[in-house]
Design a protein around this ligand. Structure first.
Ligand SMILES: [Zn+2]
Ligand SMILES: [Zn+2]
Length: 136
């Protein structure tokens, strides 16, 4: 397992992750769509001790949603960087897979919250599809 690094669009914030979990979902919930400005989000997940900001942490802004989930983004360029589910603070960190600056071995393995997906986006792959979170 090697260390992977990622960064925001302007490059002022960099992070590193280690031991990315195998489970990676494409999330179609409305909050992820808004946070990314895209049809869906794709987050990788690591235990909190395997996530470190390398630089620019002071430039982060954060948004806490009504459901207490926390999202962090670059205040300079707006890149979506981190999602922490309610109750997971200090335990695990999800990071936007698309901000990695290197290849990874893992591949997304499911679509989640597809009941909320944008109607203009067509799910055309063979991955399992869950109407809500697959934990429930
Ligand atoms: Zn930035
Ligand atoms: Zn979501």
């Amino acid at each position: 397992m090697s260390i992977k690094t990622g960064s925001c669009l302007c490059g002022k914030i960099e992070y590193q992750v280690f031991n990315i979990k195998q489970r990676i979902g494409h999330c179609h919930c409305q909050m992820c769509r808004k946070f990314h400005g895209a049809a869906f989000s794709t987050f990788g997940e690591v235990d909190v001790e395997n996530f470190d900001w390398l630089k620019g942490e002071e430039l982060l802004k954060q948004f806490r949603a009504d459901n207490l989930s926390l999202r962090k983004f670059c205040s300079e360029c707006g890149s979506s960087l981190v999602f922490i589910a309610a109750g997971q603070e200090g335990k695990s960190v999800e990071f936007t897979l698309a901000t990695l600056d290197c290849d990874i071995e893992q591949r997304p393995d499911a679509h989640i919250f597809v009941d909320y997906k944008a109607d203009w986006f067509e799910l055309a792959d063979e991955l399992p599809k869950h109407g809500e979170n697959r934990d429930h």
